[in-house]
Design a protein around this ligand. Structure first.
Ligand SMILES: NC(=O)c1ccc[n+]([C@@H]2O[C@H](COP(=O)([O-])OP(=O)(O)OC[C@H]3O[C@@H](n4cnc5c(N)ncnc54)[C@H](OP(=O)(O)O)[C@@H]3O)[C@@H](O)[C@H]2O)c1
Length: 278
């Protein structure tokens, strides 16, 4: 039995679909059952919260493989304690590509990877680069309101990855042998500048979108105004600095080697998600 935590998330929702298609036995842990009402009775679920350890035992019953996404230390501790008690064998953690050198949020993820290792589970770490779906949250509102994208990307390159590809890798890792002790850095097909991404999105939408390369300090001020805590803003600014310097511009073959299918392009993702920008 597989337990999916984060099943309503950017990757988790596609992982649920993938495991359903494969006919796998799995359960999801959700905070709000209404969010998964569309799944019907075909998916076993337990209502719980990673901040409430007393809710996790029921979710772990009979589980031998676990997938999770949170980097929050107490939540990970709660989850791993419950997993150990239940006798979970294999833990698959969604991490981030920056965990390789503890940059930005990668620092928090690497600490949690080390915690997983210290528990003695078999483990696999999935380290995606920027998820394509982020652009809905980052750019959707200003594209709709006045056809512009404000982002401190400079001329840096990054190969954004389709969350469906991360989910496809997760499904394989959870259901086939040979993935324990492996770290998979997951990227898309090609490294693009933010300007190129905006231009691709504009072509798909059939409208001109202006890319405004805002200074990093201004982006940090906006993030604070939106209510992001200081530590998170600092971490994200480190990530954006690395993006501007093209430090994560490389492409890996991990999606292809694990799933047998090449990763999807940004153009294809935009076509499939056009409604989010209208
Ligand atoms: N976005 C990226 O580009 C990217 C790239 C690389 C790595 N990552 C990493 O991937 C992870 C996921 O990021 P994301 O932005 O894509 O988020 P997400 O997976 O879309 O959303 C978080 C998920 O966690 C669940 N959750 C949150 N708090 C919970 C709690 N207390 N108890 C149980 N479930 C809880 C949420 O459920 P609800 O529906 O109840 O809120 C949701 O399903 C992060 O650690 C991030 O650092 C993200």
């Amino acid at each position: 039995m597989i337990l999916i935590s984060g099943a309503t998330g950017n990757v988790g929702r596609h992982l649920v679909g993938g495991l359903l298609d494969q006919g796998e036995k799995f359960r999801i842990l959700v905070r709000d059952e209404r969010k998964v009402a569309h799944l019907g009775q075909g998916v076993e679920r337990v209502v719980g919260d990673l901040n409430k350890p007393e809710t996790l035992a029921a979710a772990m019953r009979g589980v031998d493989r676990l997938y999770f996404v949170t980097p929050e230390p107490q939540q990970v501790l709660n989850l791993l304690e419950a997993a150990r008690t239940a006798g979970v064998r294999h833990v698959v953690k969604q991490s981030t590509i920056e965990a390789d050198r503890s940059l930005g949020p990668g620092r928090w993820h690497r600490e949690q990877e080390e915690l997983v290792e210290s528990y003695g589970f078999e483990w696999t770490f999935l380290r995606p680069t920027m998820l394509m779906v982020n652009v809905i949250e980052w750019w959707g509102a200003t594209i709709k309101s006045h056809g512009a994208v404000y982002f401190p990307g400079g001329k840096g390159r990054v190969p954004p990855v389709d969350p469906r590809d991360v989910a496809a890798v997760a499904a394989r890792v959870l259901t086939s042998p040979g993935h324990t002790g492996r770290i998979y850095e997951l990227t898309g097909l090609e490294a693009l500048t933010i300007g190129e991404m905006v231009s691709i999105l504009g072509k798909v939408l059939g409208k001109r979108i202006r890319y405004v390369n805002v200074p990093a300090f201004l982006a940090a001020i906006w993030m604070r105004r939106f209510g992001l805590p200081a530590y998170l803003v600092d971490g994200l600014m480190e990530t954006l600095g690395a993006l501007r310097r093209s430090e994560y511009a490389y492409v890996t073959d991990a999606v292809l080697s694990v799933t047998g299918c090449p990763p999807g392009s940004f153009d294809a993702w935009c076509r499939d998600n056009i409604a989010a920008f209208l």
